[in-house]
Design a protein around this ligand. Structure first.
Ligand code: ADP
Length: 305
C-alpha cells in the first residue's frame, strides 16, 4: 500500500448551537487505496464529520483537505472527489437503476460519452436488474444501488455510512464484496459501521472516536494486539493440582477433572509453558481451544478508559 494522503483533517472542531461540541480537535489522515474504518458509539461525531465533508454541515474551525483540495477554498472540487453513500435509502421507486444512474450522472454534469453506467451496475452486481423498477428490488439491492449512485462521477474516495445496517447476512456478504471490489480498482474507502466484526474483517486501519475526540487510530492488526488477554480451554483427563512457576502469571477460570480454563496476557506467558507444566504432572491434553480478543474487546476497553 502506498502512503499518499488523500484526505486530511487538522484540528477540526464543530460546535452546534447551545454549545454542543460534536468534534474536538480531530486530526486524521487517510491513505490512498485503503479501507479506513471510522468507529464510535452513538453521538461520537461520525455523522457530523461526514456531513462536514459532504457540505451538509459547516465546520466551526480546522482544516480539511480532500484529494489535494482545501474545503474552504475549493468546496466544489472536494465534493467532486467524494462519493458519499448515505444511510437512508432514498431512491425513487419508479425509476430503474439504469435511469437513476443516468439522471445522477446528469446532475453531476458527466457528459453522455463519459458515463460508465453499465460498468457501475456490474460492479455492484445489479446488471441483471438494470431495467427493473427500483421498488421491486430487495433492500440489499437498493443499498447497492445507493453505492452505484455515489460512483457516477468516478470519485477517487467513497464514504459509506453504515452500509450494512439492517441487511441480512447473505446480502451483507455481497455488499462487502462490492466494497472490496471498489478497493481493488483503486478507490479509497471510508467506512462507518456498528458491526465491529465487519470493521475487523474489512478495514486496513481503524479510527475510534468518542465524544468528538479521536481516541485511537491504528492498523486493525495493531488495534487487536492492544488487548493482550487470551483465554485457553484445555480438555484434560484429571484435575490439575499445581501449575508450578507460571501459576502467578495466569488466572484460573475453571479447573476440574475434565477441563482447565485459564486466562493470561499474551506478552507474559507462552502457551508452551502451560503445556509443559501440564505434561510435567502427567496430565493428558485431549483438546485445546483458544480465543483471541476481538475488536469488540478493544472498543469496550477504549471507550471505558
Ligand atoms: P454519531 O454520528 O457518531 O452518532 P453525531 O455526529 O450525530 O454522532 O452527533 C455528535 C453530537 O452532536 C451529539 O451530541 C449530537 O447530539 C450532536 N448533534 C448532531 N447533530 C446536531 C445538530 N444538528 N444540532 C445540534 N446538535 C447536534
Amino acid at each position: 500500500m502506498n502512503n499518499k494522503i488523500v484526505l486530511s483533517v487538522k484540528n477540526l472542531n464543530k460546535i452546534y448551537n447551545k454549545n454542543i461540541q460534536a468534534l474536538k480537535n480531530l486530526n486524521l489522515e487517510v491513505n490512498e487505496g485503503e479501507i479506513f474504518g471510522l468507529l464510535g458509539p452513538n453521538g461520537a461525531g461520525k455523522s457530523t464529520f461526514i456531513n462536514i465533508l459532504s457540505g451538509i454541515t459547516t465546520k466551526t474551525s480546522g482544516d480539511v483537505n480532500v484529494w489535494g483540495f482545501n474545503l474552504d477554498k475549493n468546496p466544489r472540487q472536494v465534493r467532486a472527489s467524494l462519493g458519499i453513500v448515505p444511510q437512508e435509502i432514498n431512491v425513487d421507486p419508479f425509476f430503474t437503476p439504469k435511469n437513476l444512474l443516468e439522471l445522477q450522472a446528469g446532475l453531476y454534469g458527466v457528459k453522455k460519452k463519459d458515463r460508465i453506467t453499465d460498468t457501475i451496475l456490474e460492479l455492484v452486481s445489479l446488471k441483471d436488474k438494470a431495467n427493473s423498477y427500483t421498488r421491486n428490488l430487495s433492500g440489499g439491492m437498493q443499498r447497492r444501488l445507493l453505492i452505484a449512485k455515489a460512483l457516477v462521477h468516478k470519485p477517487p474516495i467513497v464514504i459509506l455510512d453504515e452500509p450494512t445496517a439492517g441487511v441480512d447476512v447473505e446480502l451483507r456478504k455481497k455488499l462487502l464484496e462490492n466494497v472490496k471490489s471498489l478497493q481493488s480498482i483503486g478507490v479509497t474507502i471510508i467506512l462507518t459501521t456498528h458491526y465491529l466484526s465487519e470493521a475487523e474483517e474489512m478495514c486496513d486501519r481503524i479510527a475510534i472516536i468518542n465524544k468528538g475526540r479521536l481516541i485511537a487510530l491504528d492498523t486493525t492488526e495493531n488495534m487487536l494486539n492492544k488487548i493482550q488477554g487470551k483465554i485457553v480451554k484445555f480438555k484434560i483427563n484429571k484435575k490439575v493440582s499445581n501449575l508450578g512457576d507460571i501459576s502467578n502469571l495466569i488466572k484460573i477460570v475453571s479447573n476440574n477433572s475434565k477441563e482447565l480454563i485459564i486466562s493470561y496476557e499474551k506478552n507474559k506467558v507462552n502457551i508452551q509453558n502451560i503445556i509443559d507444566s501440564l505434561k510435567a504432572q502427567n496430565i493428558d491434553i485431549l483438546d485445546v481451544q483458544s480465543t483471541d480478543p476481538d475488536l469488540e474487546d478493544v472498543f469496550i476497553k477504549l471507550i471505558k478508559d
